[in-house]
Design a protein around this ligand. Structure first.
Ligand code: ADP
Ligand code: MG
Ligand code: MG
Length: 461
């Protein structure tokens, strides 16, 4: 669609400067690698020069299935037997230690990610990459990228396309969900605590949600594991206090990678928060419901039916988005997966139980790892997945220090879902927006935070 512009180097150069200034003007910001904890020097968050075309039908399919995925996560999180059986196999996967907790209020802020698979017969279908049930990011920045692309398209003389860029405001939806959970907690003095990393490059993404809460007169504090360990405690009613603030909600924007738990103290802190009366977003079982091993188990015949008895339409709606997922458990089935992967490594992705991008293995690496792990229970720490094959589209990735040039790109569409459950009563369940991220087709893995993908917007066609 932007073919002629992408052929004109001078035009790209002119648009590049306008685009970057526009991103800064609209607050699509990120702190720099050099000074991640200082607001003195900031830059734009990397983004595409142009939006990416996405077929209307698959976009709406993704938005429509989000509330069903919220329900699936919620139901899985309430099934300790299923989680234990799925995750407690002889593997280095963390076993669900704290599942038997009280049933309290549960707040889910999820993001389900998809790629558009292009089959040889020319059909495009929505295939889920994964669902993130902890620290799903970019709801804040994604609320501000539409205006950037609208402006670029006007300047590049695509006025019609400019007016077709969708509104998107996940920040408002995430904040609304947090605010409702805060109200339900029922103490005007209590605060929402963002549990954050020590390196805070992506802080502006958080700030959008944070400031929406302040607008509603809800106090927000930002703390790290260490801070909570030093100054946190539970009272006799299991209320969580941090620095004398009573905490109504712990919103995890950290705690999803092993390296986030730097010491025994971090684990003790997680356990203390989990045991508290504060609403956890997510609680431990909701966190575990988002693991890749659970995703693979859910794709087994009959498993979705177990979570949606008497709802065959919902089962079909969810299952249509599943790519092939294969167990690497010890036994015949796992052996078959290994043989299949070794025979056609380029058709698969080997995924460890990790989050945050940059952990998956492709092609020859798959063979290397599977050969090395032959006969070892360590292989159960991975799952195998069909590699989704989207059609590459030309675009320019704008990122600090990288000359802008048109390259073949692949995109990943995310949809944000929120839900709140009070005991057994569902208070709300919504889809609150979307996120499109685009990367070079050469990069197999990695998100925006990992420095590979950049922010984008869908242009529905
Ligand atoms: P993480 O939790 O680390 O984000 P993902 O499952 O999202 O793990 O994988 C990271 C990236 O790897 C994705 O953003 C996507 O670019 C790529 N990827 C993952 N699974 C597949 C797949 N089945 N087919 C093609 N690419 C994939
Ligand atoms: Mg993830
Ligand atoms: Mg991901």
């Amino acid at each position: 669609m932007w073919g002629d512009v992408l052929k004109d180097e001078n035009l790209i150069g002119d648009l590049e400067e306008i685009a970057k200034d526009t991103a800064l003007l609209h607050g699509v910001l990120m702190r720099t690698k050099e000074t991640p904890n200082s607001p003195e020097v900031v830059s734009y968050a990397p983004f595409t020069l142009f939006p990416t075309t996405v077929p209307k039908a698959v976009f709406h399919e993704a938005m429509a299935v989000q509330t069903q995925f919220n329900m699936l996560v919620d139901r899985v999180s309430q099934d300790p037997g299923f989680l234990e059986q799925t995750l407690a196999s002889p593997s280095p996967t963390p076993t669900p230690k704290f599942i038997n907790q009280m049933v309290l209020n549960v707040l889910g802020l999820n993001r389900s990610d998809y790629m558009l698979d292009h089959s040889p017969d020319g059909r495009t279908s929505l295939k889920q990459i994964e669902i993130n049930t902890i620290a799903a990011s970019f709801g804040g920045l994604a609320s501000h990228t539409p205006d950037v692309h609208r402006h670029i398209l006007k300047v590049a003389n695509f006025p019609e396309e400019s007016s077709c860029i969708l509104d998107n405001n996940p920040a408002a939806g995430l904040a609304r969900a947090l605010a409702t959970a805060w109200e339900l907690y029922g103490s005007k003095r209590a605060v929402v605590m963002f549990l954050v990393e020590s390196v805070q490059r992506n802080i502006y993404d958080h700030r959008y949600v944070e400031n929406e809460l302040w607008k509603r007169k809800i106090t927000v504090i930002r703390r790290q594991f260490e801070d909570v360990f030093r100054t946190g405690s539970l009272d006799e009613d299991k209320r969580l206090f941090v620095d004398k603030h009573e905490v109504a909600i712990v919103y995890f924007r950290n705690g999803y990678m092993p390296q986030n738990y730097t010491s025994e103290e971090s684990w003790a802190t997680r356990l203390m928060m989990e045991r508290s009366k504060a609403v956890k977003c997510p609680n431990i079982s909701t966190h575990l419901a988002g693991t890749k091993k659970v995703q693979q188990e859910l794709a087994r015949p009959g498993v979705l039916e177990r979570f949606f008895p008497g709802q065959p339409e919902t089962v079909v709606q969810i299952r249509n988005t599943f790519a092939g997922l294969y167990t690497l458990d010890m036994g015949e089935e796992g052996d078959k997966t290994v043989a299949m992967a070794l025979a056609n490594p380029d058709q698969y992705v080997l995924k460890p139980q990790r989050e945050g991008g940059g952990n998956n293995l492709y092609g020859a690496e798959i063979c290397e790892v599977l050969e090395k792990l032959r006969g070892s229970t360590e292989r159960t720490a991975y799952i195998l997945m069909d590699k989704i094959q989207p059609v590459p589209l030309q675009n320019v990735l704008l990122r600090p220090g990288v000359p802008p040039r048109p390259i073949a790109c692949l995109s990943e569409l995310g949809t944000f879902g929120t839900y709140l459950r009070k005991g057994s009563e569902l208070v709300f369940n919504e889809c609150v927006g979307h996120l499109l991220r685009t990367k070079s087709a050469e990069h197999a893995d990695g998100g925006v935070a990992a420095g590979v993908a950049v922010l984008d917007n869908p242009l529905l066609v």
